[in-house]
Design a protein around this ligand. Sequence first.
Ligand SMILES: [Mg+2]
Length: 101
Amino acid sequence: MRLKELQTWTKNAWKKSDKKVTEKDELLFLFEEIGEVAEAIRIENGFKKNKTKPDLEDEFGNVLLSLITLANRYNVDLEKGMKKTIKRIEERYIKGQRRTK
Ligand SMILES: [Mg+2]
């Protein structure tokens, strides 16, 4: 699935939901999910041995959903944003990709 498709799916899914959340809630959900990824990685690395093995794919999926939800609120096109980021990273860090203006 492309980012555009994920953004459309997310927008439509939340329209069908009874769950009403504010922008603040969405931001807090994103940070909460990022924290869960951090915890999952710590468990993967041998910390918190009493916790069950996390599903990293699911945890990263939760972060992506929260990020997309927030981006949709601001009508941010994530593909366009990612293209800008890729261009900047290539120019700064990828050998042979440096462009001259
Ligand atoms: Mg999670």
